[in-house]
Design a protein around this ligand. Sequence first.
Ligand code: MD3
Ligand code: FE
Length: 215
Amino acid sequence: MSDLFAALSNPRPREDIADGAVLLHGFFRNTEAALIADLRAIVQQAPFRHMVTPGGHTMSVAMTNCGAKGWVTDRSGYRYDAHDPDSGKPWPAMPASFADLAMRAAEQGGFQNFAPQACLINRYRPGAKMSLHQDRDELDLGAPIVSVSLGLPATFLFGGLQRADRPQKFRLEHGDIAVSGGPARLAFHGIAPLADGDHPVMGPQRINLTFRKVQ
Ligand code: MD3
Ligand code: FE
């Protein structure tokens, strides 16, 4: 594809949403084959599961991980763990296709040398949501979080540093990447209940990959 055609077919590639937060629209559109093949292999080794929050609620989003560490929750709390609690095995390694994409996106967002240690993989089926929350289980809050969306579109809720701040809404589509760091790193955010649909590549679901430096 020529650069001119790429630019014409992706008219709004970059959307700055706050100081430290940017949406990169269509970042991997049309080049997702390796990413999706690697995703399928991870999910075969470490299947999606619905985890339980410390409060005893089963999450509507199903999750798995790849990388040296994975995010888990159960009745005892949230933590990063090197092992999949369902199998006792280490999480699948982070594929180069994942790490390279995250690093290139972080660079576009103004964060050099991003080296993700964990990739949390979220699966939303229609109706699944993620309530407003902060990501604060990572020790190094100087590193950004890079999030990659695949499949059905979602409404991303981006609030402020206080839970009560009214969130702004942004649409996240297949191929979009969000980079959140700096002053936006502790912003409250969430995903509205996923609307019904059937994505041509991913089927009736949305998958989100979030890349994190944990330690
Ligand atoms: C803004 N995931 O896994 S990604 C999560 O689409 C999570 O599955 C959502 O929130 C999802 O924790 C949203 C976009 C995102 C991720 C991390 C952020 C936005 C963020 C951290 C700070 C501010
Ligand atoms: Fe989050």
